[in-house]
Write a new protein. Structure first.
Length: 488
């Protein structure tokens, strides 16, 4: 239960950390995309409105020129009607006198009526003598703005005014920007136009118009936090799922490692137990075995002084074989301790090869050897080294079929460590056999004990070395021993 809780907490932490990092990256990505769209749209709409206002400036300036130069009312009214037809967004066009009463107009109903005070238009005047008012309401309560210009050198008709319906001007932009809020403010920071159901908390950009003191603001209606959150939920689920799968895999791997460790520990304990049992058994057998051999020799002296009865020789030979097996049991249980005095390995190997050479020639096996020029010293004892080498060469001899020209190569070399290799061209071994080769009592021979290689490995590892095997079926086998290099 504690393990499950631990894994759940770890899963949650990993999911939260990764999801937060991805959320942060996605949020800034979506924010950047929104800002790009807003910047593009605000530049386009700013240009649209400024173009309209500049055209209106030019229109009132042209009309003011016509009024100042013409005394023909029909010509002035014709010019007003032409302006109204060409630009439907102009609600009404006026010409006012000093009392701000309408003298000429595109709406006949407004003739003689007062539009706004003279002071009103004068207060909105800019440096070019063209004025743009803030948001006002006409007689019908419609939101409008007034674009006006004074007529120079004119006493009776002093002002040209264009009345613009704000909604008509901005509604097209508002329709296009359905996913954004459009806000236009005047020079008094009063709202001239604002979209329906405006959003105040989104990402926004504000720009000022060049020819008038207005500001255009576009605010994104999209909630980036919510958009990012919707994207991150499935990602967080996938992260959690992948993390859980990785945790399951790692947990399974840990269980497997623990299982292998326990098996290895059990095998080590089994080997120790087998070694102790073998040593104790060998100790108990060795004493009566010595007595039996002694009595056999006494019987031979008493009943076969001429040494003509072969049975005594057979019994003594078998007793020697039993004694050899028992000695190997003792080595398995109590490996020889390390002798501190360095041993020159090349000399020992040469002595053993001279000793075994004639036996190998008897089996039609050619012995090849190679050594380095300089002497090599190691901590393994001379007796141990002889036992190891005899065991490996005997195994190599037995692995070579009788009908084959046998070759056994013994090579001593030096790198950082001393390497002793024994190679044969025998039958070789399968991978399964190699994996079991150093297991106690494992043997492929009919009369084998399964103790030689385990004892060999035990001696080598006790002296700080290693032994490895390379083998191919029908090609041969190589045993490679690595021993510590101890200079004299």
């Amino acid at each position: 239960m504690k393990q499950l809780k631990k894994h759940l907490i770890l899963n949650l932490l990993i999911t939260l950390i990764l999801s937060s990092a991805i959320f942060y990256a996605l949020f800034h990505y979506y924010k950047g995309q929104d800002l790009i769209k807003i910047d593009r749209n605000i530049a386009m709409h700013q240009q649209h409105i400024e173009t309209f206002i500049n055209d209106a400036y030019a229109t009132v300036a042209n009309l003011a020129t016509v009024v100042s130069l013409s005394r023909d009312e029909d010509e002035i009214n014709s010019a007003i009607d032409s302006i109204k037809r060409q630009e439907p967004r102009y609600k009404t066009v006026y010409v006012l006198n000093k009392e701000s009463k309408v003298v000429n107009s595109s709406s006949s109903q407004m003739i003689g009526k007062t539009l706004k005070s003279y002071a009103f238009f004068n207060s909105n005047m800019n440096l070019n003598n063209v004025a743009v008012s803030g948001r006002e309401q006409d007689r019908n309560g419609i939101d409008v703005i007034y674009i006006s210009k004074f007529i120079p050198n004119e006493s009776s008709k002093v002002l040209v005014v264009i009345e613009v319906d704000i909604n008509g001007l901005i509604s097209v932009i508002d329709a296009i920007q359905s996913k954004s809020t459009i806000t236009i403010t005047d020079f008094h920071n009063k709202v001239i136009f604002e979209s329906k159901n405006p959003v105040k908390s989104g990402i926004s950009r504000t720009v000022s118009f060049q020819n008038m003191q207005w500001k255009l603001t576009i605010t994104s209606n999209e909630n980036i936090y919510w958009t990012t959150l919707k994207r991150i939920v499935p990602i967080a689920f996938i992260i959690s799922l992948v993390t859980a799968m990785l945790q399951l895999f790692m947990h399974h791997r840990e269980i497997q490692k623990e299982r292998l460790r326990l098996i290895e520990e059990i095998n080590v304990q089994k080997k120790e137990l087998i070694g102790m049992l073998a040593a104790n058994t060998a100790h108990e057998i060795k004493n009566p075995l010595t007595a039996v051999k002694g009595f056999v020799e006494l019987l031979e002296l008493s009943y076969d002084k001429e040494r003509s009865n072969p049975h005594f020789s057979i019994v003594k030979s078998e007793l020697d074989r039993i004694n050899e097996i028992v000695s190997q049991f003792l080595l398995l249980g109590r490996p020889t301790s390390i002798i501190g005095e360095p041993v020159e390995i090349t000399t020992v190997v040469k002595d053993i090869l001279i000793f075994l050479k004639y036996e190998l020639e008897h089996y039609n096996i050619r012995l090849i050897s190679s050594y380095p020029e300089q002497p090599l010293y190691t901590t393994i004892s001379s007796d141990q080294l002889k036992q190891i080498l005899i065991n490996l060469i005997q195994n190599a001899r037995e692995a070579i079929p009788p009908d084959r020209q046998g070759i056994i190569e013994v090579k001593v070399s030096q790198q950082e460590h001393i390497f002793l290799s024994v190679r044969d061209n025998g039958e070789g071994m399968t991978k399964q056999t190699i994996n079991q080769l150093f297991d106690t009592f494992f043997t492929t021979k009919a009369n084998g004990t399964g103790l030689g290689l385990p004892v060999t490995k035990n001696i080598i590892e006790t002296n700080g070395g290693t032994i490895s095997v390379e083998s191919e079926v029908h090609i041969g086998t190589t045993f490679i021993i690595q021993l510590p290099n101890k200079k004299d």
